[in-house]
Write a protein that binds this ligand. Structure first.
Ligand code: SF4
Length: 134
């Protein structure tokens, strides 16, 4: 850049990096060409996190589904990968209608390919049948 040239930068978003417990405060700016610039990250993972949060935000979904004849009434489940944030509400609506039958082992697929994402929902813990629990 030539001396004296000014590039206008617009603050896109402030965010906290949640990749590790350090919790760096990140600032994402966008220049006139649409390029993103990230400050505040202590490592490269923070830059990747911020860029993904702007361009393709995703979250691993953790929740519970009902389980029939289980030692507990609800089974903790999670997606095997992070799901686009805009699909989380629909995924929750689908999982609210799911009911499985005990016994279940950790990692069992509870719902394959949720919302055609190619991502499965799996059990986060073992769940015995009620009669085998004690
Ligand atoms: S930028 Fe790096 S050091 Fe900072 S919170 Fe993110 S992962 Fe941790």
């Amino acid at each position: 850049m030539a001396i004296g040239t000014q590039v206008s930068q617009e603050l896109e978003r402030k965010m906290t990096c949640i990749t590790c417990p350090t919790g760096c405060q990140l600032e994402v700016t966008r220049n006139a060409d649409g390029e993103l610039s990230i400050t505040g990250a202590q490592c490269r993972r923070g830059e990747v996190y911020a860029r993904n949060e702007i361009l393709d935000p995703r979250r691993v979904l953790t929740t519970t589904v009902r389980i029939r004849n289980g030692s507990l009434p609800l089974l903790p489940v999670r997606t095997t990968e992070a799901v686009p944030k805009e699909l989380l509400a629909d995924a929750m609506r689908i999982l609210a209608k799911v009911e499985v039958t005990a016994p279940v082992r950790t990692g069992d697929v509870i719902l394959p390919n949720i919302l055609d994402t190619g991502i499965d929902v799996t059990a986060s813990r073992d769940m015995k049948r009620a009669e085998d629990a004690f």
